[in-house]
Design a protein around this ligand. Structure first.
Ligand code: GDP
Length: 199
């Protein structure tokens, strides 16, 4: 996937979202899970630079992604990291209020890419997010980040434990550092965008 990423806007309320158009992919994960690094690995450096700008960490940052060899476009939505608080009853307590309606209602949103750290046991906040996405019937894929830090045995053990704890049929291991799994994730994203016929 040779692509160009162009920053569109930072939204802190639903009125600021871009008009729905191209198929959209949302990226979610706890702070420090490796989301900026993964976005960089997928599309280049512009995304992380924008996301780390002060004030934009509580916003949804939208990027227009254009394929170099085709006119196909999609939108990547980089959501704020969640889960600073160890125990919190709902996702909304640690998240700005416009996030849940975005995930539940946004038209054009084809897939949520949910990041968990392959080196860290499943967290309550991750489980809560996935249960919530299930409850609103939003399609998602769970990606295990920083897989390069684990040896073969540890990999299998940690991935198995994450799948079990989060009740998943599959989890996609990736490394922004080595590029492991990036092509697979790109192809999942592309097929989510084209599966509805208008991507
Ligand atoms: P974000 O807060 O979710 O955007 O996370 P960052 O992308 O800023 O990454 C958080 C930390 O994890 C940084 O120190 C990164 O260098 C590190 N990191 C991110 N991705 C990887 C990876 O694939 N492998 C390794 N070993 N470290 C990573």
């Amino acid at each position: 996937m040779q692509v160009k990423a162009e920053f569109m806007l930072s939204a802190v309320s639903a009125t600021q979202f871009p008009r729905p158009g191209p198929p959209e992919i949302a990226f979610l994960g706890r702070s420090n899970v490796g989301k900026s690094s993964l976005l960089n690995a997928l599309v280049g450096t512009a995304t992380a630079r924008v996301s780390s700008t002060p004030g934009r960490t509580r916003a949804i940052n939208f990027f227009l992604i254009t394929g170099e060899r085709s006119a196909k476009k999609m939108i990547f939505a980089d959501l704020p990291g969640y889960g600073y608080a160890k125990v919190s009853k709902s996702i909304a307590e640690t998240w700005p209020g416009f996030i849940e309606p975005y995930l539940a209602e946004r038209s054009g949103l084809r897939l949520c890419v949910c990041l968990v750290d392959a080196n860290v046991p499943a967290q309550e906040s991750d489980g809560r997010l996935l249960d919530w996405l299930r409850s609103v019937r939003r399609e998602f894929i769970v990606v295990a980040t920083k897989i390069d830090r684990l040896s073969g045995n540890q990999r299998a053990r940690n991935l198995g434990a994450l799948k079990k704890a989060l009740d998943l049929e599959e989890i996609l291991p990736v490394s922004a550092k080595t590029g492991y799994g990036i092509k697979e994730l790109q192809s999942r994203i592309e097929s989510a965008c084209s599966s509805h016929g208008d991507g």
